[in-house]
Design a protein around this ligand. Structure first.
Ligand code: PLP
Length: 397
């Protein structure tokens, strides 16, 4: 590598290290699960988005193997050239049925979905009104679209109304109001009924990113729109297959005309190869499980575990912010404290990653934890005991 580039990189890395913001990869030497191995160490895992344990569900593994044997390991092309297999269509039809919408379109990831949809729909003549804690993929999609973005204070309906009023004065072609359904770092739920009212009043297109609601909220994990019974009131729902559904990918759930339009203009779909058959088949099985009594049982257990865990943490005096879902941050403020908390937990046998800037704002560092349906009560008690020991040692509680 060129010497000047090497120097610039070293400089940047040194600065990140000084600010305690340098990320190191933790390499799992076991499958994803309630307990994992990192190197030789066995750890209770509170860091995954594997809400329902689907990452290793035997029926999904079996579907992936069978589909791989029948269809091969790759799709061979982008969707719009030769990379649309019947399996891709089956998944989109099942997702449309599940989400109770006209049509869906699957992208390679939730990130790619937000980028593709926002960029395809909006241009410099449009305005995006966006919650201040929306996911990075929404922010990046907004940047790519070149639309003017107005950011309202997190879940604050007065601030949203102000921004929608401001948007009107700009006389845009379109206004897109966009929010996470469940906020990925704080675990709170967007007040969708109020947001729908404002979107209707200001004639804004409403888009909800249900990445952390899919498989978690609503009947059989249908998401936040179903949770609030707002079917038909949200123009565009985004979902991910990569979290509770256990595989990989994202989708947009909306009208047939939007899907048809995105097949023309959704750049990740046009310029990046589609999902391998094994992933698609496993996801189809995930939807089957979600709708079955087993799925219902897993979602109930997820929520029982969440209530138990959150209740105990609150009693111990941890600051878990405004979370209402299995995503439970333990907010420490300083990045160095979050890192120390995470490192100490690691030593004690608990894998709970610290999250710092730029994933959360500076001064809002945290250890972000997620309990899953596959954690037993003993697992949770183990984690809670260790948290209390480390929390007291570091003066967090
Ligand atoms: C709100 C939200 N949207 C989108 C994504 C991206 O999803 P994926 O991991 O499928 O790319 C995430 C994942 O972190 C998320 O939390």
């Amino acid at each position: 590598m060129k010497k000047f580039l090497e120097m610039i990189l070293m400089d940047n890395l040194r600065q990140l290290e000084e600010e305690n913001l340098l990320t190191y990869l933790k390499v799992l030497s076991s499958p994803q699960g309630p307990w994992v191995n990192i190197g030789e160490k066995r750890l209770l895992n509170l860091s995954s988005n594997n809400y329902l344990g689907f990452n290793t569900h035997p029926l999904m593994v079996k579907s992936a193997i069978e589909a791989t044997e029948r269809w091969g390991v790759g799709s061979g092309a982008v969707r719009t050239i030769a990379g649309t297999l019947q399996l891709h269509m089956d998944l989109e039809n099942e997702l449309a049925h599940f989400k109770q919408v006209e049509s869906t379109l699957v992208f390679q990831s939730g990130y790619a979905t937000n980028l593709g949809v926002i960029q395809a729909m909006l241009s410099e003549n449009d305005v995006i009104v966006s919650d201040s804690l929306n996911h990075a993929s929404i922010i990046d999609g907004a940047r790519l679209s070149r639309a003017k973005t107005l950011v309202y204070q997190h879940t604050d309906m007065n601030s949203l109304e102000e921004k929608l009023t401001e948007a009107q004065t700009l006389k845009p072609g379109k206004v897109l109001l966009v929010t996470d359904g469940v906020f990925s770092m704080d675990g709170d739920i967007a007040p969708l009924p109020d947001i729908v009212k404002l979107a209707d009043r200001f004639e804004a297109i409403l888009m909800v990113d249900d990445a952390h609601s899919s498989g978690v909220l609503g009947r059989n994990g249908r998401g936040s729109v179903d949770h609030f019974n707002l079917h038909g009131s949200v123009d565009i729902q985004i979902g991910t297959l990569s979290k509770a559904l256990g595989t990989m990918g994202g989708y947009v759930a909306s009208s047939s005309s939007l899907v048809k339009y995105l097949i023309q203009r959704g750049r990740p779909l046009l310029f990046s190869t589609s999902h391998p058959p094994g992933v698609v088949a496993a996801t189809l099985t995930a939807l089957e499980i979600l709708k079955s009594p087993e799925g219902e049982h897993l979602i109930n257990t997820l929520w029982e575990n969440t209530t138990y865990y959150k209740g105990k943490l609150a009693k111990m005096g941890f600051n878990t912010g405004i979370s209402q879902t299995p995503i439970t941050p333990i907010i420490t403020g300083e990045a160095s404290v979050a890192r120390e908390f995470s490192q100490n937990l690691f030593q004690e046998g608990v894998f709970a990653q610290s999250i710092t800037f730029p994933t959360v704002p500076r001064g809002k560092a945290r250890v972000r934890t997620i309990v899953t349906a596959t954690h037993s009560r003993e697992d949770l008690d183990f984690a809670l005991t260790k948290m209390e020991i480390v929390g007291k040692k570091l003066g967090i509680i």
